[in-house]
Design a binder for this molecule. Structure first.
Ligand code: TTP
Ligand code: MG
Length: 359
């Protein structure tokens, strides 16, 4: 089942906070960073207002160059304590909207609202609510991307800044990514971009259609990673760090496998591994999901929720086997995975005989 993920990113964050604090700065080019020292400063620009961006100024640029481009801009030192306070309040608003929430920097966060809304229309309502609340409470604007994956949502939030809202419905992900430059994919920086250009790849669509094995030759494991991202495949989850919401294990076969006996055996192994990490963390579970990626990278997940909490390894084996069985039909499979979720919060557990044997 496809997910609904929001990526929220504040617009010109430090500069907007400064403009909010001193309304006389509204509409002016504001540069936040180190002291320009009349053009002799040696530090960099942290960020700048959209008015300053019109002069070509941007984050990371030497402050001396910014000064050359626009000496009349308002230059302010970084007031981290202030930005952190505002950030904390903004994140509180966001956290209240989703069970699955993850702050990834001072001004951005992911929300997986698959459980809070039923469709993308509902998601747009949530996004608009977020915008209104942040505007009313903090006087700031943000840009939001909505998509079925984290990586597409992040790219989407950046496309229509400031105060943007970009929605990418599940059946539109590939088409959405297709014309964009590869640089927009996370993990593809200037260096990788150059290498890809050498291969004749400029857009994400071109990358998605390129030969995967050749990418692996050039980039190693990351070749497969970027290939999948370009297809719009990204199953990374929105998870607050430090909070365990699920335990999972997966395995990619060295060669694609069609033999169901071998596949059931592999699934049993994975079940054993995932059970071990469940034990280490002291959780029980209620939901078992399996992930099956076929040789052509088509990926399926199937899940079943039990009517009771359990820690039983045989239940993991049995349920995952049943869930995966529809895919063990001779078709070649590249990857298998098992995830346990709906974890029991009570870490105190009954010791079973099996625990003595294993520990
Ligand atoms: P960003 O979200 O990358 O930038 P931004 O919010 O200023 O502008 P945009 O509207 O394009 O999102 O970063 C958030 C804050 O992090 C930014 O306000 C300042 C800080 N920052 C730095 O200090 N140095 C940097 O190089 C970058 C990119 C950001
Ligand atoms: Mg930002």
């Amino acid at each position: 089942m496809s997910r609904i993920i929001l990526h929220v990113d504040m617009d010109s964050f430090y500069a907007s906070v400064e403009q909010r604090r001193a309304p006389s700065l509204k509409g002016l080019p504001v540069v936040v960073g180190s002291d320009p020292k009349s053009g002799k400063g040696r530090g960099v620009v942290s960020t700048c207002s959209y008015e300053a961006r019109e002069f070509g100024i941007h984050s990371g640029m030497p402050i001396s160059l910014a000064y050359k481009l626009c000496p009349d801009a308002v230059y302010l030192r970084v007031n981290m304590q202030l930005y952190k306070e505002v950030s904390r309040r903004v994140m509180e608003i966001l956290r209240s909207k989703a069970i699955r929430f993850q702050q990834v920097s001072v001004d951005e966060a992911f929300l997986d609202i698959s459980e809070e809304v039923v469709d993308y229309k509902g998601a747009v309502n949530v996004a608009q609510e977020i915008k209104v609340q942040i505007k009313e409470q903090e006087g700031l604007t943000c840009s939001i991307g909505i998509a079925p994956t984290r990586s597409a949502a992040k790219i989407a939030s950046d496309l229509d800044k400031p105060d943007g809202l970009t929605v990418v419905e599940p059946d539109r992900v590939a088409g959405f990514l297709e014309p964009l430059e590869v640089r927009r994919l996370q993990g593809i920086g200037r260096k990788n971009e150059e290498i890809l250009q050498g291969l004749g790849i400029r857009t994400i669509g071109q990358l998605a259609r390129f030969d995967r094995d050749k990418l692996v030759d050039v980039f190693g494991k990351w070749g497969t990673g970027m290939y999948l991202l370009a297809q719009g495949v990204d199953d990374s989850e929105v998870e607050e760090r430090g909070v365990t919401r699920s335990v999972s294990r997966e395995h990619t076969f060295d060669v694609d496998i069609g033999d169901s006996i071998v596949l059931y055996g592999a699934l049993d192994n994975i079940a054993g591994l995932v059970h071990k990490s469940l034990q280490n963390k002291g959780f029980s579970f209620r939901t078992v999901s399996v992930k099956v990626r076929q040789a052509d990278f088509t990926t399926f997940t199937r899940a079943r929720t039990l009517d009771h909490d359990t820690r039983d390894p045989d239940t993991i084996r049995q349920v995952s086997g049943e869930l995966a069985s529809e895919f063990f039909n001779g078709r070649k499979i590249r990857l298998l995975g098992i995830r346990l979720s709906n974890l029991g919060k009570n870490k105190l557990r009954q010791t079973t005989l099996e625990d003595f044997i294993k520990e």
